[in-house]
Design a protein around this ligand. Structure first.
Ligand code: ATP
Ligand code: MG
Length: 668
């Protein structure tokens, strides 16, 4: 039997999967099996005795990387795929940097600053520079800085020099913290490879077969990274993508990379895929009726053997509350009457904030759900605080954890003292903890500061002994720690409302729960627990990956995924297309986002919008998305909530409905 899965491909797909030498370029529409070609290609290589260590597949989200890993593992013998590198650009960069960051002036144990860390640091810098009145928002600063870094352009041309100053300080401080942010990961990895011949050839020797999914969203830096690891001689690189799905313009994703591909990797084998295996034809035609309005694109034909499917419903709702009620009722009906499992459903929205009300209704109706791409549990401030202590107990040189916890809660060691300690540690090449124990340093401080520092280092030492003992009950130790530092009292002061406090405290309880569970089944102690946490974070935001449930997901995060039944909600002017993008002249990109959303649906698609929506405390009127005008009228039914509610059922549906009801009752 043919094991690699090649036989399950159509001739064009197979041609692409079998061509493992030389450059291969697949540009094809949604759902044509591009990702499937990549995974099958990897399986075929493994069966062709190519060493797994030599195979690299890169994509954009952790979820996509995980899915690819699973798909490959499912196609080969157990264990055979181990050793392949299937990961995101960011995690590839981390691997590269662990081998060479010292050449770039960082310490080897650098820490990765997540977005919440970045914003925290920026907020401190802004307040220090400009006082509390300054209205430069830390999140905005973060976006501007990220843009500047990714596109290698000077930061915004705002009149005031503040943002520039903040940017410079931010970069300097990150460096002195021995930390890098997500953008630095790429920038530094590229620099490391470009500047060090030995490192570069090492990685080139390692990865001989390279694949990139969602290639349309690679930016210039990522392209440079690829060129470094692909190397000069053989160009065994296969990229797959769809120019119509390029939705990360703001991260500097560059559609010209697709054109550049042929420049850097000449004479690629170009493969065309036109059969869509995902969606019914009405969905495809609707998607096409929208995307054809974009100016610069390659025209593509897409067809599907899955039949016509139902018309797409475009439903007007009075307000977001009714919309949420209706969508949830619809999902419930799909589950109860049509026996669809919860996993079949997805609710897609443009902005993260739109998920809250949906979550509320789903919870009230006891429908299981999972938020995909939401904030990771381990990203939450209170969880990071506690983990920070634990990391520090195990590794006194972990400067970031030390800086995180030294003032959490405050213990009489001020910012000024910490600034001096950090500087001393840099000047003398020590960790901050070592600086805090250094007599020369301590002698420069006041008695009070010396005492406070002495108490702090004693406190760390006291816990470290327990932390290092694998057999110790570290969950109990953590509970004791929380009590000793009176953490809940501190947390309460940090929270704006009682609700927020309850939530955050609950998260700490959950963390403790996790520890108790781990102690019960593992002998690896605290170190083992923390390793698990890091790995989980690497695997992304989805702790509930395994659980069944309706997916709540932003359109950006939905790229590459598919669901039998999709609800796109809040599709209004200002939301999709988003007002900011319209102002900035990025209407085409919003249209591509709409296209991505529509093409996630396999069988049923419903698009809803609201006549009014609560914003900044007021109920404001809304207009339907301007994209509706582009919809092919043949494929849609336009209606409103009231009509649907009062609509008599047609006979066939009614018969079906009652038959299913009877069946259900009989089951019970
Ligand atoms: P997107 O553009 O959204 O990333 P894609 O081109 O990567 O889509 P896939 O996700 O690989 O498409 O495939 C879409 C669906 O079609 C998947 O469920 C996949 O298993 C199925 N599929 C792809 N090729 C075939 C095939 N030759 N036979 C049967 N099913 C296929
Ligand atoms: Mg794909």
């Amino acid at each position: 039997m043919e094991k690699s899965g090649l036989l399950s491909l159509n001739p064009q797909q197979r041609e692409a999967a079998e061509q493992i030498e030389g450059p291969v370029l697949i540009l094809a529409g949604a759902g044509t099996g591009k990702t499937r070609v990549v995974t099958t290609r990897i399986a075929a290589m493994l069966y062709n005795s190519i060493r797994p260590e030599n195979i690299l597949a890169v994509t954009f989200t952790n979820k996509a990387a995980n899915e690819m890993q699973e798909r490959v593992a499912g196609m080969v013998e157990p264990g055979m795929a181990e050793g392949c590198t299937i990961c995101t650009f960011h995690s590839l960069c981390v691997r590269i940097l662990r081998t060479c960051i010292e050449r770039l002036g960082y310490k080897k144990n650098f820490t990765i600053y997540t977005q919440s860390d970045q914003i925290g640091l920026l907020r401190r810098i802004i307040v220090r520079k400009a006082g509390k009145e300054e209205n430069l928002d830390a999140k905005l600063a973060n976006t501007l800085i990220s843009q500047a870094k990714n596109t290698d352009t000077p930061i915004s041309d705002r009149d005031d020099a503040l943002i520039k100053d903040v940017y410079d300080t931010y970069q300097r401080e990150l460096k002195s913290l021995n930390a890098v942010d997500f953008d630095d990961l790429l920038i530094l990895a590229v620099r490391g490879l470009e500047q060090n011949d030995d490192i570069r050839s090492e990685w080139q020797r390692r990865f001989r077969y390279i694949m990139v999914d969602e290639f349309q969203d690679t930016n210039n830096l990522q392209m440079r990274l690829l060129r470094q690891i692909v190397g000069e001689g053989e160009h065994n690189i296969c990229v797959v993508g769809d120019d119509d799905q390029s939705i990360y313009g703001w991260r500097g994703a560059d559609i010209t990379n697709i054109l550049d591909f042929e420049r850097f990797f000449p004479n690629p084998k170009v493969v065309k895929l036109e059969e869509n295996y995902r969606s019914c034809n009405r969905i495809l035609r609707l998607a096409n009726s929208v995307i054809r309005n974009n100016r610069e694109r390659r025209e593509k034909t897409l067809f599907s053997a899955k039949g016509e499917g139902e018309k797409i419903r475009v439903v007007a709702m009075p307000d977001a509350e009714t919309e949420a009620d209706w969508v949830v009722a619809n999902i419930l009906e799909g589950n109860r009457i049509h026996r669809r499992p919860w996993n079949d459903f997805a609710i897609l929205f443009r902005m993260n904030t739109q998920s809250r009300i949906m979550e509320e209704r789903l919870r009230e109706s006891e429908v299981p759900y999972k938020v995909i791409g939401g904030q990771s549990f381990y990203e939450r401030r209170e969880v990071k605080d506690i983990l920070g202590y634990l990391c520090l107990f195990l590794n006194h040189d972990d400067d970031i954890s030390l800086l995180r916890v030294v003032g959490t809660p405050p213990r009489g060691i001020g910012q000024g003292t910490m600034g001096l300690a950090t500087q001393f540690s840099i000047d003398h090449q020590l960790s901050i903890y070592e600086a805090m124990n250094d007599l020369e340093f301590l002698s420069t401080l006041t008695n009070r500061a010396q005492n406070a520092i002495g108490e702090f280092t004693d406190f760390i030492n006291k816990y470290s002994d327990v932390a290092h003992t694998d057999s110790a009950n570290y969950a109990a130790m953590t509970e004791e720690l929380i009590k000793e530092i009176d953490y809940y009292e501190f947390l309460k002061r940090q929270c704006k409302s009682g609700d927020e406090f309850d939530n955050r405290r609950q998260n700490v309880y959950e963390l403790l729960e996790g520890m108790h569970a781990h102690t019960a089944k593992s002998r690896k102690g605290l170190r083992g627990f923390l390793d698990g946490v890091s790995l989980m974070q690497d695997k992304d935001d989805d702790l509930n990956e395994e659980t069944q449930g309706v997916s709540l997901i932003t359109m950006h995060a939905s790229k590459g995924l598919e669901f039998p039944v999709c609800h796109m909600v809040g599709v209004e002017d200002g939301i999709l297309p988003h007002s900011r993008s319209v102002d900035e002249g990025n209407l085409d990109e919003e249209r591509r986002l709409m296209y991505v959303g529509i093409t996630r649906a396999m069988e049923e698609l419903t698009i809803t919008w609201c006549h009014s929506r609560r914003r900044w405390g007021d109920q404001l009127p809304c207009q339907p998305s301007s994209f509706f005008k582009e919809f092919s009228k043949d494929e849609i039914i336009e209606t409103d909530h009231e009509t649907l509610d009062n609509e008599p059922m047609d006979q066939a549906t009614a018969d079906d409905y009652f038959a299913k009801m009877r069946e259900m009752l009989a089951d019970g």
